[in-house]
Design a protein around this ligand. Structure first.
Ligand code: ADP
Length: 478
């Protein structure tokens, strides 16, 4: 078993207390590594280092070079990263390979787009003053990420911060810190100023609290639950700190009668079972126009029945284990709740909770008869459960889609282009996919509305999150 370290001020560091956390494989329970269990003091030291590194922002050329080198390293070590992701997170290896390429894409994209940070001359200037707009680094950034994409969630934040010229203090999820350490091993081989990228692992509440209250941290970029997002928002509010919050979702997926049902079923399977259903963009509620419902359910049933659940390292596996007991219990509770309120289980073995603390393999499940009073309609399931309800009209479909406090992703399947355009404007979500269930991509902004948070990741917008706009007005005679 490896003993890993955090990274502060350009040096690999243990926790001051010497305390460590054991990281285990969720499929087998095997001990994978020990990581330091850090807290307040290490976080302050990391902020000191980050603040010092901000004193002299690197040139755009240096930043571009670093970003490209990280992307090259991720591509070159794709297999090693993917194995680590699968071992600590549980997802099938092919999905981990895709996650590594996706992560490299953020570094590559921001490198390619970095010239948007060049100062902009204000056009059509009249009078005796000349105006120029600069995109300065926003300052030290605190990054907090979840366990479902151990590499990608960090990559999209660090890549944007590095491009913008911000030093970071990053805290990965305690369940999946090994991918983060691997990424930092790549950073450690670059000629980065010490303190530009700091990695702390440990007590979430303490680390989060310091990042929120220390005035030198100017923004916090968080991906995780709405509950923790709200807490960070409240803690940071007195300090007028900028936040970018990518929180929970409850994605609706609408299928109209005129959709290609085979393609729709394929898209639903790809979307819904990615990471075993543990992504914030997984469709939580599927609503189908009444006449198309039975034929779509039939197509889904045969596909779901063929899915294999198992260890993500086995090439035959489609769905790995859920991350832990809490995740398993929540998905089980959603299925039981739906059935007790009249849903029908069309596919799905009995749910048997393991006694051990690993191997939370959840049977892929298809439910029909979804109704709004079921918990699936108001909470994120985060498991391999496909829940299908029906609608009769376009207006009803829109009302169902919007009947959630969340607004992250939504999906629409119809071959009527006018309807798609009409509905896109009426559905309240940051991400809307039409006739595809594709999730985010490095080149386009992604983020939520309502209780799914605010701020965007990816795209030029994601880069701008880490900048501060400064307008310089100069007397024209100078
Ligand atoms: P999930 O339920 O998906 O684990 P969380 O929001 O609990 O989502 O976790 C996402 C990230 O937030 C993780 O890195 C976790 O350690 C961190 N986190 C959890 N609680 C806090 C907190 N009180 N302050 C700051 N970060 C936290």
């Amino acid at each position: 078993m490896q003993v890993l370290k955090g990274y502060i001020a350009g040096r690999w560091m243990d926790s001051i207390s010497g305390e460590r956390l054991v990281v285990r494989n969720p499929a087998t329970g095997e001990k994978l590594a020990e990581v330091p269990w850090m807290g307040e003091q290490e976080t302050r030291e990391a902020i000191d280092a980050a603040n010092a590194a901000m004193k002299a922002p690197a040139s755009l050329e240096d930043r571009r070079r670093w970003l490209n080198r990280v992307a090259d390293a991720l591509d070159a070590q794709r297999d090693a990263f993917a194995r680590t992701i699968t071992l600590e997170q549980g997802k099938p290896l092919r999905e981990s390979l895709a996650e590594v390429s996706y992560s490299a894409g953020f570094f590559r994209f921001f490198a390619a787009e970095i010239d948007v940070l060049l100062p902009r001359e204000v056009k059509n200037q009249a009078g005796a003053v000349h105006w120029r707009v600069h995109h300065r680094p926003a300052g030290v950034a605190g990054l907090i990420t979840p366990w479902n994409f151990p590499l990608a969630m960090l990559a999209k934040k660090v890549a944007a911060a590095m491009a913008a010229g911000c030093a970071v203090v990053a805290k990965p999820a305690e369940l999946t810190p090994i991918s983060a350490v691997l990424l930092w091993q790549v950073f450690a081989r670059l000629d980065l100023p010490p303190g530009l990228v700091n990695l702390v692992m440990g007590q979430p509440r303490e680390i989060g609290q310091i990042l929120c209250v220390d005035p030198r941290v100017r923004l916090i970029s968080f991906t995780g639950s709405t509950a923790v997002g709200r807490l960070l928002n409240a803690q940071a509010a007195p300090h007028l700190k900028r936040l970018s919050l990518e929180l929970g979702g409850n994605a609706p997926l609408l299928v109209f009668e005129d959709a290609d049902l085979d393609a729709t079923a394929d898209a639903i399977i790809a979307n819904k079972f990615r990471a075993g259903g543990q992504t914030c963009v997984c469709a939580n509620r599927i609503y189908v126009e009444r006449k198309a419902c039975a034929p779509l359910v039939e197509r889904l049933a045969s596909r779901i029945a063929a899915l294999r659940v198992g260890n993500g390292m086995d090439p035959a596996t489609h769905i790995g284990p859920l991350i832990n007991r809490a995740g398993f219990e929540k998905a089980a509770m959603h299925v039981r709740d739906a059935i007790s309120r009249g849903a029908t289980r069309v596919v799905g073995a009995d749910i048997v909770e393991p006694e051990s603390d690993f191997g939370f393999f959840f049977p892929p499940t298809l439910l029909t008869g979804l109704r709004s009073e079921m918990r699936i309609c108001s909470e994120e399931t985060f498991g391999p459960v496909v829940a299908v309800g029906e609608f009769d009209s376009e207006n009803e479909a829109v009302a169902l889609a919007n009947a959630t406090e969340y607004g992250l992703a939504a999906y629409l399947f119809t071959h009527n282009a006018e309807r798609a355009a009409r509905l896109a404007a009426r559905i309240h979500s940051g991400h809307l996919a039409v006739n595809t269930a594709v999730g985010p991509t490095p080149e386009a902004p992604f983020g939520g509305v309502k209780q799914s948070g605010f701020g965007r990741e990816g795209g030029v917008e994601g880069l701008m999150e880490f900048t501060e706009t400064q307008t310089v007005a100069t007397a024209a005679s100078n």
